[in-house]
Design a protein around this ligand. Structure first.
Ligand SMILES: *Cc1c(COP(=O)(O)O)cnc(C)c1O
Length: 408
């Protein structure tokens, strides 16, 4: 079987490029993967999905892989949509659902993009992958590269979270710490692509990670019986997640699979220590400016320059949503709130989404009667430095039972 891909298209100027050959960017900007959606609609009906196994490959007609033998999978699951009534009450919305992407291989939604990028690399016979990472992308790529038998090099800033620093090496990748930001790592990977033949799997520098991330939107629609929520809160670094989901909704709409034409308002959430997209949104700009001294402990959001900035901003504006910055100081309390009220292992990036949601409710951008979906893009356990607290000692010889009883 071959896929329904017809061509690739420059997101900036609409130029068509051939698919089925290695493509990266056009004029330095990302490419969309385009499909013959009429043919998809003839090949598969939405109800045909029912009998298929769970996980992102159930949407194969909307994915770019031509040769099923090239699929590289680590057993991706359909991630649960968890109803969070106590958190909803605390934040002032009627219904809050958390789509928990932390259940995917390597504990983050990066698995979706890498499953697709590595499968396509395999189809093209590419053998040496490299990536700059601010956190979870390196581990996810390393795991899929290991499964595919490819070599993988990961470059990361020195302040990358501890778990991310070691997981990629565990999967057999060559890992290097760089004294700079993710964009500096990205420049080195670009140079390595020229000099030593690495294939650059950076966010939006190859067309297929978006297609993997798109499956979040496909899955969400199917889980909600093709009725999309009023608003989606999504943490934004490079933006592939938000861009991919918006693309998914457009494709589902073109296929006529959605219950109604109403699409969610997309809220792009950033931490106020590094919020180029939120700033550009406020200023009415389509392209973002790098902030001066970007810092946030939500490492996945520590992305000062996003090549897909205009794609994020276009999607947010088209949807009637907003790009907003949440307070850095709220990250740890929001993680604790979600964990203690709902038993959820929420990453710092998604804690930012809860803070932005609280702000959006307070400012009237979200109504009290609305259904909101927040994406939990990763597991709290990957951020030991953010979780760390001083633990009291219990004296084994003479436990203070009065204090212990009072605390429980
Ligand atoms: C990478 C990452 C993000 C940002 O995702 P983009 O799609 O690149 O905007 C958010 N959260 C986590 C946990 C991440 O690893």
């Amino acid at each position: 079987m071959t896929s329904f891909v017809t061509h690739l298209e420059s997101a900036l100027d609409g130029t068509h490029l051939p698919a089925r050959t290695v493509q990266t960017v056009h004029e330095g900007r990302p490419l969309w993967v385009r499909y013959d959606l009429d043919a998809v609609g003839r090949a598969v009906a939405r109800d045909d999905l029912r009998g298929r196994s769970s996980g992102l490959w159930r949407y194969r007609e909307l994915l770019p892989v031509d040769d099923p033998g090239c699929v590289v999978s680590l057993g991706e699951t359909t991630t649960p949509l968890v109803d969070c009534p106590r958190l909803a009450r605390a934040l002032g919305v009627r219904r809050l659902l958390v789509k928990d992407e932390s259940r995917l291989p390597t504990g983050s939604f990066k698995a979706r993009g890498m499953a697709m990028a590595v499968s396509m690399a395999k189809q093209f016979g590419i053998e040496r992958l490299a990536i700059p990472t601010a956190g979870n992308a390196g581990g996810a790529l390393a795991a899929y590269a290991a499964k595919a038998g490819m070599s993988c090099t990961v470059l990361m800033p020195e302040d990358t979270p501890e778990v991310n620093r070691y997981e990629a090496g565990l999967f057999g990748a060559r890992v290097f710490l760089v004294d700079g930001l993710i964009n500096d790592c990205g420049a080195l990977v670009r140079e390595g692509a020229e000099r030593v033949g690495w294939f650059d799997v950076s966010t939006l520098k190859e067309p297929y990670r978006i297609e993997g991330k798109k499956t979040m939107g496909l899955e969400l629609a199917e889980q909600l019986d093709w009725e999309l929520p009023d608003a989606i809160f999504y943490p934004t670094g490079g933006g592939t997640g938000l861009i991919g989901m918006w693309k998914a909704f457009a494709e589902l709409s073109a296929l006529g699979w959605l219950a109604s034409d109403a699409r969610p308002r997309m809220f792009s959430c950033q931490a106020d220590g590094c919020a180029p997209i939120a700033t550009a949104f406020d200023e009415g700009e389509r392209f973002a400016r790098a902030p001066d001294a970007p810092r946030t402990e939500a490492s996945g959001l520590r992305v000062p320059v996003a090549v897909g900035d205009f794609m994020i901003l276009d999607a947010v504006r088209e949807s009637g949503g907003r790009a907003m910055a949440g307070a850095e100081s709220a990250i740890r309390p929001r993680m604790r709130q979600a964990a203690s009220l709902e038993g959820l292992s929420l990453c710092p990036e998604s804690a930012v989404c809860l803070e932005v949601l609280a702000d959006a409710v307070a400012q009237g951008h979200v109504g009290a009667a609305e259904t909101v979906v927040v994406f939990n893009t990763g597991a709290a356990q990957k951020y030991v430095e953010v979780m760390r607290t001083e633990l009291p000692r219990l004296d084994r010889a003479a436990p203070d039972w009065d204090a212990l009883g009072a605390g429980a």
